[in-house]
Design a protein around this ligand. Structure first.
Ligand code: IP8
Length: 263
């Protein structure tokens, strides 16, 4: 990989938090992943992380994803953003402890949406951080929405948007499962890992959704979000972040168990 090649890494919320324990981060995994990211030697990197048990329960409690229904939700808007900042601080702190110049970039102040889809993006600070050699760290967040007041902007949508807009060479999705399966592996023991997936294969698969609460969708939604990236010829690699060494190998472009999503 050339030093100028941009990689976008998404750390799934279920990989870095305990999804069934509200506001509890898996700090051991975050620390290990930070070590793997630092050891990968990728020079031009953007990290986006999900909400897991920080953003999702609050967003759900206040119906943030449904848009403005009443002023009582404003408190939830603030609380959801603060919870995400808290998780972001843990991720950025772990990266900094490994010597990486990680800098938080709150999506609430650089994106707006229209019915939940990115409508405007102010990417100058992000471009400038990359040019300086820093590692911007974004996350799924509450954002202001032109049509419905506010919305949840998922880390996946941000990842796909940045990969396409900034011309990434690769996207790595670090999840809590090995990749895409032929069936939901939690329900079907005969489910097989799909090692190579094309956007046109999507409808043929019963993508295994995550069982825990997730207001921005599970695996199916993730793949639909990544389809334009894969279709544009940018490889999207899905790997299990809970297996030590996987993220390191994926970032280095080495062979690793997972799903390669590419047209
Ligand atoms: O976990 C959603 O981001 P995701 C973040 O990437 C919030 O879907 C605030 C629920």
């Amino acid at each position: 990989m050339r030093p100028e090649d941009l990689v976008v890494l998404k750390l799934g919320g279920s990989a870095i938090t305990f999804k069934d324990r509200p506001l509890e981060a898996d700090e051991t995994t975050i620390k290990r992943l930070a070590g793997e990211i630092a050891a990968s030697g990728v020079c031009k990197l953007i990290i986006v992380h999900g909400g897991g048990s920080f953003g999702h329960p609050l967003a759900h409690r206040y119906g943030i994803h449904e848009g403005l229904k009443g002023n009582w939700q404003l408190r939830g808007l603030a609380e959801t953003h603060l919870a995400m900042e808290e998780l972001n601080r843990l991720v950025v702190g772990a990266l900094a402890a490994e010597g990486l110049p990680a800098v938080p970039l709150p999506p609430i102040s650089c994106f707006t949406t229209r019915r939940g889809r990115i409508s405007k993006a102010f990417l100058e600070p992000l471009r400038a951080l990359l040019a300086l050699g820093a590692v911007p760290v974004l996350y799924g967040d509450v954002v202001l929405d032109e049509a419905q007041g506010f919305a949840i902007l998922s880390g996946d949508q941000i990842t796909a948007y940045l990969a396409l807009t900034l011309g990434a060479s690769r996207v790595v999705l670090a999840l809590c499962v090995d990749g895409v399966f032929t069936k939901d592996p939690l329900k079907h023991p005969d489910a097989r890992l799909v090692e190579r997936l094309r956007p046109e294969d999507l409808s043929a698969l019963e993508a295994g959704g995550s069982a825990a609460l997730d207001v921005t969708g599970g695996m199916g939604e993730k793949l639909r979000e990544m389809a334009p990236v894969a279709s544009a010829g940018v490889p999207v690699l899905l790997v299990n972040a809970r297996v030590p060494g996987n993220v390191l190998k994926a970032l280095r472009g080495e062979k690793v168990r997972g799903t390669l999503f590419l047209a």
